[in-house]
Design a protein around this ligand. Sequence first.
Ligand code: ATP
Ligand code: MG
Ligand code: MG
Ligand code: MG
Length: 339
Amino acid sequence: MKKRILLLAGGQSGEHEVSLMSARSVLNALPKDQFDVTPVVISKQGRWLPPTETQRALDSGEAATGGDLVLHRVASAEGYDAVFPLLHGPMGEDGTVQGLLTLAGIPFVGSGVLGSAVSMDKVMTKQVLESAGIPQVAWRLAVRREWQQQPDAVRDRAAGLGFPLFVKPANLGSSVGISKVNTPDELDAALNLAFGLDRRVILEAMTSHKPREVEVGILGNDAPIASPVGELRFAADFYDYETKYTEGRATMHIPAPLPPEVAERVRSVALTAFRALDCAGLARVDFFYVEETGELLLNEVNTMPGFTTTSMYPKLFEAAGLGYSELVTRLVTLALEER
Ligand code: ATP
Ligand code: MG
Ligand code: MG
Ligand code: MG
């Protein structure tokens, strides 16, 4: 019997378009003899689109409006063996959709409510990983109300980390809303941008030198495995949205040319983080490797990483001998596994 899979894509976050790109790849790759896959695109307003509108959104790469309220569709989601919530950012990768599916009793690909919520929020992630003894950059939290009522306190907190520093919405991805702040006079614009996107903002010290950026994939539930380590190289000042999604701006190196001891440390720290955050299914763990000092700092954990056929996560497992189609099949199998 073929398994019926509901593939959710799009969604309300700033990574709507990225999600649709990933969904097209996954739709093509799930073996048709094993799976009967129904895509449902969620509009930017959070409404779930019927089949014809979903197809139109997949073709055009975007759905601004249209569709039904979420609950109506979930009722009809019963009867699916599993859901693949291929959604990035808030209202998708952050535990909200995972909570809905948990309540509906439908197995799904990836981390549950806890792992998704904690990993989505960069501040919560930092706190949990700190208590697991994992090295990270120095950081501070600021909330929107403080920025509105005591802006000087927020400015001082940021300045305490030294310049340049990074200002990021706590719950986003694809570098949306992230600024590298080189001097104090650039700080207000960066904070306004980040607070326009999130109530919580993380202020991060920059690594002591421009870091090498290495990433590793984790696959599995309670007995996870780590992929080979990959590296991203680009000419831009940092890995911003344009660099991520403009063809030819960044190159992927798999395996990353690292001393074997460093690559092993990346894999082992990533597995520790995956467990500490109670992740499941998959995650891409991003690190900064500061060559000058030998420091390896964990940057973040992405519980639903970019998933086109040319994205880092699938490429990492391809290097380990697991092709794209086998990988997505494995993820659905993991979703159906008893935990
Ligand atoms: P993703 O698309 O991987 O989910 P994201 O939006 O969650 O990304 P980050 O990975 O936190 O964003 O940061 C984006 C990029 O900004 C990093 O890849 C790196 O180039 C740069 N960067 C972020 N924080 C720092 C830091 N503390 N020091 C140096 N560079 C940084
Ligand atoms: Mg991220
Ligand atoms: Mg992300
Ligand atoms: Mg990242």
